[in-house]
Ligand binder design. Sequence first.
Ligand code: GP9
Ligand code: MN
Length: 623
Amino acid sequence: MKKLQNKYSFFFIVAFMLWLKTYLVYEFAFNIEPENKMEGFILLLNPISSVLLFLGFALFASPKYRNRVLLVINFIGSFILFANVVYYREFTDFITIPLLFQTNNMGELGNSIAELVSGFDFLLFFDVLILAVYLFVRKTKVYAVKKKEIAIVFASAIALFAINVGLAETERPQLLTRTFDREMLIKYIGTYNYHVYDAVLQSKAKAQRAFADGSEIVDIENYVKANHIEPNPEMFGKAEGKNIILVSLESTQSFVVNEEIDGKEITPFLNDLIDESYYFPNFYHQTAQGKTSDSEFILENSLYGLPSGAVFFTHSGNEYNASPEIYSENGYYNAVFHANNKSFWNRDVMYDALKYDKFYDINDFTVTPDNSIGWGLKDEYFFDQSIKYLETLPEPYYAKYITLTNHFPFSLEAEDEYIPEWTSEDGTVNRFFTTVRYQDEAVKKFFERMKEEGLYEDSIFVMFGDHYGISQNHNKAMGEFLGKEITPFETTELQKVPLVIHIPGQEGKVMEQVSGQIDLKPTIMHLLGIDTKDMIKFGNDLFAEEQDNFTILRDGSFITEDHLYTNNVCYDKETGEETDKADCEPYMEKAKTDLAYSDKIVYGDLLRFLGKHDDQTPETENN
Ligand code: GP9
Ligand code: MN
């Protein structure tokens, strides 16, 4: 017995430390409060099975190396915790495998990471260090382990895992089959098992493409065509042949529009422009982990991004029928301007799949320490330096601009502060207002340049916020700014981003309907006079006379004219109060079907089958 104790004491010390750290992270770093005793018990239990399983592998090592292997596994486990803690701090979400492979992005994110890491996070490695020193100084005795003992360790790990999953399944039926919530997965099966689960999901996606066949697209095609809404004849072709200037406004949420800080407007230029534009105050971003890239994907495909990872990374090999390709067929030249590394979000690869003609990336701009901050070239210089390229593009063209200065951590030099920082306790929120204000000035100067160069009149301008900039991590300051408590209802409402469509010479009009990024493609197409009735799309023309007033967010939440549904709760939009679930019921099926069909297209790469089943499609062109 004594020998057995000696043999395993190091194993159990490491196991205990890893379990304890994981539990402490649940308790203090993640906001996953157990809602009842059973959930509390599951939370306590869930790291044990994976800890035993992982450490169990060290028992196969020769006695000489076993303790070192145990430490290496402890280090890897601690690193997984560390990465999740840092990521969670900003995004209130957990890392998924595709994100880890975005090493290019990780390098670029250096700036943000430095801001997010707290000294305490390194305590997660403290025991690894102490134990390593201990091993070095005091040579521990090593013993051979018997096969039977190894079997017992693995059998206990599996038994504990089975108990864990059994309890999870009783508490939250279908959690593992539907994957509706990453947070719940962490809560119920634990961080480590979640990562294994995620890996399985990702491999499944790979297999799905291999097994998908052409017949699946037929149902989807029929479904989307049945949802097609006819364009408004007054607006159809209104911008035919004009250049399209699209500006993706980094991290810009609607709550800054027509608002002031200390009596100073946050977006004075946008506020004025709205008076001569179509403005959509109830327009939502629909992005998930792919952030800017998701917004680009939704904009140009009228398909949803993926529930986890960035489709720009995971499915850049797919066949699409994106806006640039369609514009090309209509005589347009397609260019995109973004002063960042071309490989960020895998853009260089994905833009080929979307059929861009030209990507002006960081190498096409002159970036110096003087004209850059945070993520790179400041927006004013970015727009300014782009004009010389714009002038050389064959007309008509589609030019997409992606701004950068208003990006977390919202750094700005004093000389660029057009309004002072706000004064709450939350530095991120305080600075956000100043960088939004800076971006607004940059857009204003861009418009002035466009006018000076004679490029304004022949263009239409579409500007929209790509995704939220202020995460739930900042609810306290946001509550202070809005003067109300940030409930799940308000959090969903905060996903509104501005959409401004400006056609030179027009009068202003506020378009109140509920809408989302998914609607951009058909809306712009119809303005150009391009018919979309035969396209696979999940959005609708925002100028159509008939409006569905319905938008689905990527997490399955949805918003209708009168209701908002999120986290399984139906809210009355007027009061912001919980209401009878039956009020939301009629839309639930459609929300699920749209997301599921869109995902099916992406996972199965189904658009590659389009045009290859003419005999099966009910509608064929009558010529
Ligand atoms: C990076 C820029 C910002 O090139 O688009 O990306 P984000 O972090 O907002 O997705
Ligand atoms: Mn962005």
